[in-house]
Ligand binder design. Sequence first.
Ligand SMILES: Nc1ncnc2c1ncn2[C@@H]1O[C@H](COP(=O)(O)OP(=O)(O)OP(=O)(O)O)[C@@H](O)[C@H]1O
Ligand SMILES: [Mg+2]
Length: 326
Amino acid sequence: MDDGAAQLIEALRGAALIGAEPPDLVPLTGGVSCDVWKLETPSGPVVVKRPLPQLRVVALWEAPVERGTAEVRWLRRAQGIDPALVPEVLADFPELHAFVLRFIPGCPVWKDELIAGRVDPAFAAMVGSGIARVHAATAFNRSDQASFPNQAMFSALRLDPFFLHAARQDAELAPALHGLVHLFSDHGIALVHGDVSPKNILVAAQGPVFLDAECATWGDPAFDLAFCTTHLLLKAVWLDSEALRDAAAAMVSAYAAGIDWEPPADFMARAGAYCAGLLLARIEGKSPAPYMTDDLHKTTVRAQARALLLRPQPLDALVAQWQRTL
Ligand SMILES: Nc1ncnc2c1ncn2[C@@H]1O[C@H](COP(=O)(O)OP(=O)(O)OP(=O)(O)O)[C@@H](O)[C@H]1O
Ligand SMILES: [Mg+2]
């Protein structure tokens, strides 16, 4: 056991989550960015999460451990907006960048449901309206802006590895990809989650529960919707599933109904631009989608993403025109 783990166990003891006996920390996943454990406590099961200083991906990718603080802040803020959107934060240990959440039992992650072919457009719509609720509640809120000064971290974890890494691979598209970085920095509007992916959403009876807000920052809310849409469109190609494209459309349309801080057309234009860049980045970037291995799938995504980067479409139109095969 490393020194950090010994300190973490002391902290858990200090918070009366465990007794004198050695805790049975059971790893929850092969997470790339964190140690995540399940722990049984006298008051029920909890999740203990501690960010790793270096992500477990093929390319060397260092990430500041302060992102644990960003996640706790986002979870607490979202809980204040609607407690059903997130697991409750039970304890946090800022000096260790670690924290404890209530474990939500019996809920699969949305990614597993989608891969199993259980694609529910009503649930996708709830994902869209859930993200929109956090954006609407935080839009132009100065106190939220001051609480999430994480743009440098967001650049290191999102803008650089996705857009700028892809720009380095493709000179023709580099100006458009650089443009996305400027678009983001010019639109500090609301609290961004930064990793709204189906693998970070639990399917609970009352609706989606959002996890994994390590990249949370003040920024452009259009990024979050684009990010999740990208995941659904990539999976629509991988699994040749019209239902997944329809789920993306349902999510985008439910989100649009919640936009009350700016003209929806302005938002959709930016979201469409980010989505084009993210689609390309999941093929060419530093963190390629692990299931995008088939050359035909890659070509299908790359060709559409390149065309969209050169002639951007609003996100709703992009989804409507998305082709599973060429
Ligand atoms: N509060 C919770 N209740 C139930 N399950 C949870 C909870 N928190 C996390 N999990 C499970 O643990 C997994 C990993 O959690 P999380 O996404 O926060 O960590 P991560 O290391 O950042 O993951 P990754 O890098 O794989 O995205 C989730 O996908 C989910 O299956
Ligand atoms: Mg995760």
